[in-house]
Design a protein around this ligand. Structure first.
Ligand code: APR
Ligand code: ZN
Length: 362
């Protein structure tokens, strides 16, 4: 099958013929119909986050079940599915409590080291990164990493549910617990940040301030429910937010992965506010914090991983909201591309102009 392989950090994506195994045990073979370009995959392709080339990235996927292993109980051939990088065993205390993003044994979803690798090239193993490896014609995933979805949801929209939506909307709804009437600021309006706006709107936030450097993104943010927008190029972002909210917001979300914007998120909080850090920072980066922000001003800072999602609960929930017209997914998709256009599309993402590019031709 055709797959976009990362052969070295910073070397981009090479579309090549590779081999994929038949499903074993609880594995499901999926014909990929749509695969979104999350910014995280660009980080993983450029820097060592513990996944090493040769590897196939891609973790925002939707497709159709093409085959099932003998122990699969949840899916049948022909089912429409969404995949996620959240790997959970389903048996540890965290999983049994519903906190699948805190699973103690995510490796339970992978093949054992003595089994043949899921992906290979001329007999040599190729890493199926995150257990999803979605930048390919087909993927082999443990059934815990898949969720069945109503076929009425188009594949491109469905793919975004697998990361951007559960992470962004989940950050507002699950992790921050935004309540009706609260004020919210979102810094960084890419595929994830726009979904934070959706989550804040669903949670009933009174004021949602979108912040980006790109005017097109600010326009887009309004389509997702931002009540106010601020361009970071126009001066002091913190002062602008304080002015709009009479002193600061109840919740600020940093959705880029930068030190300066993370500090802005903390600085723009009202007394007792919570900053939620979502963007991935470079390895070894640090942020200096003023303890008095936390004592006298009762601020809180939390890291958010995958929007504290439970994919089996949250993906069908967001899909139903989409089908009811209550969750905007369509405007997230800037362009549908072919797998051969992957490098060019990531160059576009770097410029900050596109929200989500989605591969729909393999
Ligand atoms: N101030 C404000 N906005 C900024 C700034 C800045 N200094 N720098 C970049 N941005 C904006 C870009 O213009 C873009 O709209 O941040 C947005 C980032 O969006 P994407 O590149 O689409 O990234 P996304 O896929 O949304 O992921 C955001 O979350 O999951 C993590 O790894 C992911 O760290 C990444 C972050
Ligand atoms: Zn992602």
């Amino acid at each position: 099958m055709r797959a976009a392989v990362v052969n070295g950090f910073g070397a981009g994506f090479d579309v090549e013929e590779i081999d994929i195994e038949e499903p074993r045990g609880r594995e499901v073979l999926v014909d990929i119909k749509a695969s979104g370009l999350c910014h995280s995959d660009l980080h993983f392709a450029e820097t060592n986050f513990g996944m090493e080339p040769p590897m196939v990235l891609g973790h925002e996927i939707a497709g159709v079940v093409a085959g099932i292993g003998p122990e699969v109980t949840e899916f049948s051939v022909g089912d429409h599915v969404v995949g996620s990088l959240v790997q959970f065993c389903g048996a540890c205390v965290a999983c049994l409590s519903g906190d699948t993003v805190r699973c103690a044994h995510p490796e339970a979803t992978l093949r054992a080291p003595d089994e043949p690798p899921r992906l290979s090239r001329r007999g040599e193993p190729v890493l199926a990164a995150m257990g999803t490896a979605g930048f390919a014609e087909q993927a082999l995933l443990h059934e815990n990493q898949l969720v069945g979805i109503d076929p009425a949801v188009p594949f491109a929209e469905a793919s975004v549910l697998g990361c951007g939506t559960i992470t962004g909307a989940g950050a507002a709804i699950n992790s921050a617990g935004v309540r009706p009437g609260q004020t919210v600021a979102v810094i960084g309006l890419g595929g994830v940040g726009l979904n934070v706006i959706s989550g804040a709107r669903l949670a009933g936030a009174a004021r949602i301030i979108g912040i980006d450097l790109n005017d097109e993104k600010l326009e887009l943010a309004r389509a997702f429910g931002a009540t106010d927008v601020v361009n970071g190029r126009d001066g002091d972002v913190v002062a602008a937010v304080q002015q709009l909210t009479d002193g600061g917001v109840d919740h600020a979300f940093e959705v880029i992965g930068r030190k300066d914007t993370a500090l802005q998120a903390i600085a723009m909080l009202a007394v007792g506010g919570t900053a939620s850090l979502i963007g991935i920072h470079g390895a070894g980066s640090t942020i200096e914090l003023d303890p008095n922000d936390f004592l006298r001003w009762q601020k809180k800072v939390q890291g958010v991983y995958m929007g504290h999602a439970n994919i089996k609960r949250d993906i069908p929930f967001y899909a139903s909201l989409f089908l009811q017209g209550r969750l905007n997914l369509t405007d997230l998709i800037s362009v549908e591309i072919g797998i051969d256009d992957l490098n060019e599309a990531y160059d576009q993402l770097r410029t900050g102009r596109t929200a989500r590019s989605v591969i729909t031709r393999f």
